[in-house]
Unconditional design. Structure first.
Lengths: 261, 217
């Protein structure tokens, strides 16, 4: 059976990790390569680098990070943040990334999803969606969520289900779905949002935003029907180790890849 | 003479395979040169993307002859992901039971490549177990029987169906059992990505290195 994936997400700015306090046993807690390798050894199933570098000139730093990480970490690496061309996707994949995650640029030009999928295959293309609960309900009175761009700062007026379906049709291989309402609250994932999207598309959905307890992860994977969970704070602040998470999920009957595989 | 040649199929995971092979102390070179391939002691044939695109690339690079010659000579050969599917003649992704651009694989392994049933989430992406069906050195020291085999990383929408069950080396449960590893003499194929499968994947690559070394002796 396909295992449920636990995916640490590292925010990287100018080639340095910018979140987290836990890494007392690392020589350099801000080094993304060391952090990625730390999680890799802990039993992470995948690593996501989210590049939040503000200036375009410093963007190249992420290429260097990916290249060095791929020398020592042999699990899938996904890179997101500011990817706006097939050429940049190519550079990231050549440097050792396995997937690229598209967000704002894909909303501006959905053709980018298709171009990437045709060139590199759907398995390389993740579409990241930042969603917020909408005041408006659907005609059938069900809940709806709106898609935001530019790191959640800009409203797009698009419905999350509609955009997820379009992304799938254009060739996305996975959807990374962040609830802006839940993100940072530690109150749990938005499982309504998750199950609405997982029911609407055939491709795997990665849950993001809101994890505070082990139960939250379990609920996202069961109630939310997510295929994988992205976690940041609970890992970075040392609330739980990946081994603790996997032990818990395994005891609850979910298939996970053992830390010692 | 190079011990291990990784065929330059211009796919995105070429460098990852190179790095992983190097990490387990193999000495890989990436090449599409017929002479280099002819003198190889072992060959890794990677591929991602579409069957038709990869088949036409092999054709354009005139690699078919060199690859088949190496396979026929019994040089240890490992096809990875699409590289495994290309060992077969035909795929539902290109011409078989469909109207899209027909393309032919290497026909080194009898059988077909099929698409996962529509009721399953496709692509099959993530970590799944591979249960080897025999004691083969490729899966040496990897979890075999105790709890269903070691986990490896998969990402694919099509799977192989060998004509002869004897060629099945391992299978994986995705709602039904599909063939995730094949073997015919020294010709191996794996559907998963050993270069992205953590310690288990590195072990498998290192095992392939041992198969090469043993063949040499």
């Amino acid at each position: 059976m396909l295992a449920k994936r636990i995916i640490p997400c590292l925010d990287v700015r100018d080639g340095r990790v910018v979140k987290g306090t836990r890494f007392i046993n690392l020589r350099d807690a801000g080094d993304p390569v060391e952090r990625a390798d730390f999680y890799n050894r802990e039993g992470a199933d995948e690593i996501v680098f989210l590049d939040i570098t503000a200036s375009v000139e410093k963007r190249r730093a992420i290429i260097d990070v990916v290249e060095k990480t791929a020398e020592v970490v042999f699990i899938p690496l996904t890179v997101g943040g500011g990817i706006d061309s097939v050429a940049f996707m190519q550079e990231l994949l050549n440097s050792g990334a396995d997937k690229v995650s598209l967000n704002t640029a894909a909303l501006k030009d959905p053709g980018l999803i298709q171009a990437g999928a045709e060139r590199f295959g759907s398995q390389c293309i993740v579409v990241a969606i930042d969603a917020r609960r909408s005041e408006q309900r659907k005609p059938d009175d069900s809940l709806s969520w709106e898609v935001y761009s530019h790191g959640g700062r800009t409203t797009t007026g698009r419905d999350v289900v509609e955009w997820a379906r379009e992304a799938e049709k254009l060739g996305a291989g996975e959807i990374l779905l962040t609830s802006m309402d839940a993100d940072g609250t530690l109150d749990g994932y938005d499982n309504n949002l998750l199950s609405t999207v997982t029911d609407a598309v055939g491709i795997p959905v990665i849950a993001s935003g809101g994890a505070g307890t082990l139960e939250h992860l379990y609920e996202a994977l069961t109630k939310g029907k997510a295929h994988a969970v992205l976690a940041a704070s609970i890992l970075h602040y040392g609330t739980y180790s990946i081994a603790e998470i996997k032990d818990y999920l395994s005891q609850k009957g979910l298939p996970v890849r053992p830390v010692k595989n | 003479m190079s011990s291990l040649v990784i065929i330059d199929s211009e796919c995105a995971n070429l460098n990852s395979i190179y790095k992983a092979a190097k990490y387990v102390a193999l000495e890989p070179v990436i090449s599409d040169d017929p002479q280099t391939i002819a003198s190889a002691r072992g060959i890794i044939f990677p591929g991602v993307g579409s069957f038709a695109h990869a088949a036409s690339l092999i054709d354009r690079k005139k690699l078919t002859g060199s690859l088949l010659k190496a396979i026929k000579a019994g040089i240890p050969f490992l096809g990875i992901c699409l590289g495994m599917q290309l060992l077969f003649a035909r795929s539902e992704e290109a011409g078989l039971n469909s109207s899209v651009e027909p393309a032919e694989g290497l026909k080194a392994m009898p059988g077909e490549v099929k698409r996962f049933p529509a009721k399953l989430p496709v692509p099959h992406v993530g970590w799944n177990r591979v249960q080897p069906v025999s004691n083969d050195p490729l899966f040496g020291e990897l979890d075999r029987n105790s709890n269903g085999g070691a986990y490896f990383y998969f990402t694919h929408s099509y799977y192989v169906q060998p004509e002869n069950r004897d060629y099945i080396l391992g299978h994986t449960d995705y709602g039904f059992l599909f063939t995730s590893a094949v073997k015919k003499d020294n010709l191996y194929g794996v559907q998963f990505h050993p270069e992205k499968s953590g310690p288990a994947g590195l072990r498998l690559l290192s095992n392939f290195g041992k198969i090469i070394a043993d063949k040499k002796d």
